[in-house]
Design a protein around this ligand. Structure first.
Ligand code: FCB
Length: 464
């Protein structure tokens, strides 16, 4: 008889995640410079509900209360990001001491509460002045990132022992430079390929600086990764899977794990005219060695898989380009992501068998559901609770297959500014009333509190 309880390994890191722009507010206080997200949200028409992160969850002022919430939940770890323009308002050069002091106090507060800080250096809020010079499409931005990583880790490296260089370089390069839905809002395919390279390069260059300034620390990078799942498609899936796996996953994983950029994807880009016939001319001697710097862990963000449509969309040249299958068989969250917990187990197992990172953390996983307080003030977010429950069971299954999964961070500690969707999408396990800045633990938070305390969960009736 399988046990009713799924026990996690001793020392498993239970956490919750946020990012600077999504929660801090105080967009122009205490010497902070303008970021590309300030510029983007202040441009009419870019954000669905017309909102900005100017105030967001006002965490810049309420951080002490937020640490108290985390302590009440019993979080073992908190993943947050640092706002680069709060530290270096012009991107390089003059350091804003008030910005550094803010994060230093935050780190002290966390450690005092027994919560381990996991610091992400880049969660998308590039200083606008660097964007004005071309942003990530320019190699000089990778150089600037190393200076920034050095400044931050010199200040915090005695206390922060887990560093994540980048959050989702795919999103920065593709959503920001190719699809335009994220800052800086460009539709420039060649620039997005350069951006992805310079993001990875800046990661590789920053790794030694972080190790130097933070002795004994674990250093890694977080990728958003998409398992590919056969839908009810009549289309032969293998070549299409290979192709999209190349764009979404291998383009980032292969160079990070010392395998160069995938040749099949390079050839596709040449065919499509995104790069010249002589290939990736922006890759300079030594770059690939730098990108493949040894890391201590891989951060994995997983929300939903890519699944083939059952019909080729009209006008798409027989190419099933957008892959999400919408059909009655699956559930979707309020933001339109398919709920597919097995995908997490497939993904972690594949990473383990194919790339063998020494250690992995799920650095984000969660769901957007709009459930708010009922008349009695309680937030009954049953669907989020079940999403988390089933995904944790899938993570547990992966551990059973030998995957070295060392921790899990729910996205997100609290409702926050969801990029181009503004405040309409709520991913938090804590409800935020944006008028009063009141926070209320949702049912999912109370459930998660118990899971963390017991280091185990009840096996779900149906795990996917
Ligand atoms: C991830 C982002 C995070 C949040 C979640 C919902 O891709 O890293 O900031 O927006 O999606």
């Amino acid at each position: 008889m399988p046990s009713r309880f799924l026990k996690f390994p001793d020392g498993f890191v239970w956490g919750a995640a946020t990012s600077a722009y999504q929660i801090e507010g105080a967009w122009n206080e205490d010497g902070k410079g303008e970021s590309i997200w300030d510029r983007f949200t202040h441009t009419p028409g870019k954000i669905l509900d017309g909102s900005t992160g100017d105030v967001a969850c006002d965490h810049y002022h309420l951080w002490r209360k937020d640490i108290a919430l985390m302590r009440e939940l019993g979080l073992k770890a908190y993943r947050f990001s640092i706002s680069w323009p709060r530290i270096l308002p012009a991107g390089r050069g003059k350091v804003n001491q008030a910005g550094l002091d803010f994060y230093s106090r935050l780190v002290d507060g966390l450690l005092k509460a027994g919560i381990e800080p996991f610091v992400t250096l880049y969660h998308w809020d590039l200083p606008q002045s660097l964007q004005d010079k071309g942003g990530w499409a320019e190699r000089s931005t990778a150089e600037a990132f190393v200076e920034y990583a050095d400044v931050v880790s010199r200040k915090l490296g005695d206390r922060v022992k887990r560093w994540i260089t980048h959050n989702e370089p795919w999103a920065t390069a593709v959503m920001g430079y190719q699809m335009g839905g994220h800052a800086p809002g460009l539709n420039d395919y060649p620039a997005s390929l350069k951006a992805s390279h310079h993001l990875l390069l800046s990661h590789g260059w920053a790794v030694p600086a972080l190790r130097r300034n933070s002795p004994g620390a674990g250093v890694g990078i977080t990728l958003i990764l998409f398992p590919l799942v056969p839908g009810p498609s009549k289309i032969p899936v293998l070549p299409v899977f290979r192709k999209f796996d190349g764009y979404f996953n291998r383009w980032f994983l292969d160079p990070l794990y010392g395998r160069h950029y995938p040749a099949d994807v390079v050839a596709e880009h040449i065919n499509a005219g995104h790069i010249p016939a002589d290939g990736l001319t922006f890759v300079k001697p030594g770059d690939l060695e730098a990108i493949a710097a040894r890391t201590d862990f891989l951060g994995v963000n997983y929300y939903s898989p890519v699944m083939l449509r059952n019909k080729v969309p009209p006008g798409s040249d027989n190419e099933p380009l957008l892959l999400l299958y919408h059909g009655p068989k699956y559930e979707y969250t309020d933001i339109g992501s398919m709920v597919y917990p097995d995908g997490l187990c497939h993904l972690l197992s594949r990473l383990h068998f194919e790339y063998q990172p020494g250690k992995m953390y799920v650095t984000e996983n969660g769901a957007s559901y709009s459930d708010g307080p009922d008349g009695d003030g309680r937030v009954r977010d049953r669907r989020r609770l079940s999403y988390l429950h089933n995904h944790l069971a899938a993570a547990h299954r992966a551990i059973g297959y030998g995957v070295p999964l060392a921790g899990y961070f729910v996205w997100s500690l609290m409702d926050n500014f969801e990029w181009s969707f503004g405040y309409a999408q709520r991913f938090g396990i804590t409800w935020v009333d944006y008028q009063t800045q009141r926070r209320i633990f949702k049912d999912s938070a109370l459930w998660y509190k118990q899971v963390m305390a017991e280091n185990s969960l009840v096996a779900p009736k149906k795990s996917s």
